[in-house]
Design a binder for this molecule. Sequence first.
Ligand code: SPQ
Length: 439
Amino acid sequence: MSKSTTFKVQPGGVLRGEFRVPGDKSISHRSIMLGSLAEGVTHVTGFLEAEDALATLQAFRDMGVNIEGPVNGSVTIHGVGKHGLKAPKADLYLGNSGTSMRLLSGLLAGQAFDSVLTGDKSLSGRPMKRVTAPLAEMGADIKTTEQGTAPLRIFGRAGQLNGIDYIMPIASAQVKSCLLLAGMYAQGETSVTEPAPTRDHTERMLAGFAYPVKSQHSKVSITAAGQLKATEIDVPSDISSAAFFLVGASIAPGSDLLLKHVGINPTRTGIIDILRLMGANIEVLNQREVGGEPVADLHVVYSPLKGIDIPEALVPLAIDEFPVLFVAAACAEGQTRLTGAEELRVKESDRIQVMADGLLILGVDAVPTADGMVIQGGAFGGGDIVSHGDHRIAMSFSIAALRANGPISIHDCENVNTSFPGFTQLAKNAGLDIVEEIV
Ligand code: SPQ
């Protein structure tokens, strides 16, 4: 029997102190991918030692790349060059990680060998047609299940991919990045136009590895004419992990936190903008640039929140933060309305339904809609919540306990380790009364 983790959180508490949350998950994945394809040795610091990023790391080891570490966030990658990957001896298992699967599908489509990508139950239910359809237009040969899901059987088409000019129907950094990686192996130019700005870590990191990539307004283009030169990467703290503490300190009276060295790439800062619109007190201090990514210390102090209509333009810029933003909305005065966020239904869980179900258990007036949620703020109680194996749901309901009138137990929390190892200890040190029970 596999073990199950429950978080038991007592109501109330104040968050205080200063600390660093773990490294950015999106940047950690990309550091392994591009470092492996580079000429020379790439050193990474601040790497996220969590299951998702480690799944990517293992996949590249399985394709013959010598990777040392991680030791305290330091990784050394002995790059094999753009054409140096070797056929894996077995299927590449990517656990819970959508980013690994979608980006690798593009990268592997143009290799000289075949490969199979598999994942856990959640990942095996997530839509992959969004990548396999445009890749097929480029000439890729990838088989999915009838439902368009993993396992992905990729028949390498080295030298046979062609560039396309793709207008993305959804705002997805994973689709964009997948096609850019495929474009590094395609004849002619591959361009991707996005309907709204999405995280641009792939483009920034390609530039950091001296690989030519052209960005014009909402269009990014790449060709096969380039080589990656090894570099140094300092991964900032993940703003998606900092988000739990930004909300926690905003809703718990008396709180005062300094979150250090957080990535504030403008394609990721929707959480700060939305919380500020709700009345949060967040200061962005000591702004600097580290390896092509903007970084700052975030100072957050308790402030009463009010409900808002969340501007749709901010949705892709805060896409992973809505579970915890729903908790902020439950603590705000008045009504908060989210629209234009149907993508939340196809994440690690259906984040609209699972959050609404949990909030209702606590007694919050939350009404899920096709593309968002309407939440009436007010007092709420405790209860038993199922996270459905979704790390962000588990951490969001832990934070909700700061304002609940009774204890909250959250079941099925093992996957917090996919993005935020050490969450309970860090939260406890900051002032949340949380214990982890493994049975
Ligand atoms: O990797 P995974 O499981 O897809 O991770 C999530 C998350 O909440 O951690 C999504 F569920 O983040 C995605 C994010 O939602 C990471 C990501 C990336 O690194 O490129 C992009 C976003 O996904 P998408 O589908 O909008 O491209």
